[in-house]
Ligand binder design. Structure first.
Ligand SMILES: Cc1cc2nc3c(=O)[nH]c(=O)nc-3n(C[C@H](O)[C@H](O)[C@H](O)COP(=O)(O)O)c2cc1C
Length: 147
């Protein structure tokens, strides 16, 4: 059984729509367990094979909850090395948050980051939601193909 976490923050529902689609796409069969959540304790992060984070951009930043989560995970020495990481989110005009998260995943935690950030300008279109489902599916399929 492979475990995927889809962790998200959303104030007005745009990133939440994306997170729902990512989680839906990831649930490809009974060998994949998907947890969709807006909160996780740092020590729980180690339980997952892939961590997919949905982060809208506010004031050029990632949500403070995620900043604290990564900081706390680092302080506690939680190893995420080799786990798959991806990030997505809705934005208005700059959209830094998913990129910042991918950098932390890659540079601080040595996670495997192969997907570019998936962004939606405000309300995600049907096309973007389909890309979100594809992202979840691709990551789940890759996990099942990895011993
Ligand atoms: C107070 C405020 C600050 C914002 N700052 C940014 C920003 O710095 N860069 C950006 O791309 N979008 C910014 N936005 C736009 C949001 O990212 C956008 O509304 C997004 O769809 C919110 O996603 P959510 O519905 O998942 O919360 C801002 C919006 C508000 C209300």
């Amino acid at each position: 059984m492979k475990r995927i976490l889809v962790l998200y923050y959303s104030r007005t529902g745009n990133t939440e729509r994306m997170a729902n689609a990512v989680a839906q796409g990831a649930k490809i069969n009974d060998n994949i367990n998907v947890k969709l959540s807006f909160h996780i304790e740092p020590q729980e992060l180690g339980d997952f094979d892939a961590i997919l984070v949905g982060a809208p951009t506010y004031h050029h930043e990632m949500p403070v909850d995620f900043k604290n989560l990564f900081e706390e995970a680092a302080v506690q020495g939680i190893s995420l090395k080799g786990k798959v990481g991806a990030a997505f989110g809705s934005y208005g005009w700059t959209g830094e948050a998913p990129k910042l998260i991918l950098e932390i995943m890659k540079n601080r935690f040595q996670m495997q980051v192969t997907e570019a950030p998936l962004l939606a300008n405000y309300l995600p279109s049907e096309k973007i939601l389909s890309s979100c489902r594809d992202l979840g599916k691709r990551i789940a399929e890759n996990l099942l193909n990895t011993p």
